[in-house]
Design a protein around this ligand. Structure first.
Ligand code: UT7
Length: 318
């Protein structure tokens, strides 16, 4: 048995913040942000919105597309770095909001690789028959862990959620998953703050060595893509759509170039969404599914890299 994606969905908060608006607060410019990152705008959650609310809206769309009633969801995995609370998990909160109960629900914390990690775990559980179906969501509210006076980080991120529903299938579906981590690089991208004795010890904001992240990301994205291709005896020409983590257009372009893939075969939403961490891949996937670019029988390569460091791939046939 295998698993396949039966539906996708997305949700973006209503408020759009342009580069020009950020340039009114910190010393930056629309031109600098666009040329260095490809980002033009980002969505920012409203004060009262929680990560589970974003996840709920994306999940409802994905479940409707898969023709599965919310109460019939079995496994729920939410990939997030910005949970509603320390515990319970955002997955349990989402399960209650969906009106489902009884199936397993847990969060995956692999930062920007979280969705690929969660999809890999869900694939194994659906394909083995351990669960009837799985809802996999990437949902983030990074705007709350950004130092809005730090121009090196605040221009890069946005809020949003993307979701997929996995069902069992006699044919793949998901062809392979490859996951990696190297904790020795934890210092170049982190939020080092810790809740302790009633307050936050250390900084609760994103800390990043931009160039260190850039170099690491381009190297491991190409490596893990080639690992997936050789495991499936495929070459880059077999890939119809590359859907990389939407961190930065230059990272995405450099990865496609290393793989020998033309830019037209890369799904890019970073201009409109910015970097939404674990939500970025399912958001981009849903955009390309709903606008008709992704068609039955095509091969998709999902590629992720994020804090930890973590990285991984999911290769699938649509
Ligand atoms: O999920 C992974 C998340 N992280 C990433 O994707 C980040 C990966 N890294 C990058 O995308 C790039 O390193 C950045 C976009 C963050 C920075 O681009 P860069 O070409 O590596 O710039 P830099 O860090 O070398 O900085 C060049 C200059 C510096 O000024 P000086 O020292 O040359 O005077 C920075 O202070 O640009 C300055 N700078 C800015 N200027 C205007 C840094 N941020 C900004 C800004 N606006 N927002």
């Amino acid at each position: 048995m295998h698993s396949r994606i039966a539906g996708t969905g997305r949700y973006l908060p209503a408020r759009v913040v342009t580069n020009d608006e950020i340039a009114q607060r910190v010393a930056t410019s629309d031109e600098w942000i666009r040329t260095r990152t490809g980002i033009a705008q980002r969505h920012i959650a409203a004060e009262g919105e929680q990560t589970s609310d974003l996840a709920l809206a994306a999940a409802r769309e994905a479940l409707a597309a898969a023709s599965i009633a919310p109460a019939d969801v079995d496994l729920i995995i939410v990939a997030t770095t910005t949970p509603d609370m320390i515990f319970p998990s955002t997955s349990c909160l989402l399960q209650a909001k969906l009106g489902a109960r009884g199936g397993p629900a847990f969060d995956v914390q692999a930062v920007c690789s979280g969705f690929v990690y969660a999809l890999a775990v869900a694939d194994k559980m659906v394909a083995s028959g351990a669960v009837r179906n799985a809802l996999v969501v990437g949902a983030e509210i990074y705007s709350r862990i950004l130092d809005w006076s730090d121009r090196g980080t605040c221009v890069l991120f946005g809020d949003g959620a993307g979701a997929v529903v996995l069902v069992p299938s006699p044919d793949p579906g998901i062809l392979s998953t490859h996951l990696h981590a190297d904790g020795h690089y934890s210092g170049i991208l982190c939020v080092p703050g810790q809740v302790r004795n009633g307050s936050v010890a250390g900084t609760p904001f994103v800390h990043m060595d931009g160039q260190g992240v850039f170099k690491f990301a381009v190297r491991v994205l190409a490596e893990v893509a080639n690992e997936a291709l050789s495991a499936n005896r495929m070459t880059a020409t077999d890939i119809d759509w590359l859907i990389p983590h939407q961190a930065n257009l230059r990272i995405m372009d450099a990865t496609a170039k290393k793989l020998g893939l033309p830019a037209e075969r890369v799904v890019s939403t970073v201009d409109a969404h910015a970097n939404t961490s674990a939500a970025s891949i399912p958001l981009a996937l849903d955009v390309a599914v709903r606008d008709g670019r992704i068609r039955s029988g095509q091969h998709l390569m999902l590629l992720a890299v994020g804090g930890g460091f973590t990285w991984g791939s999911v290769l699938l046939r649509w």
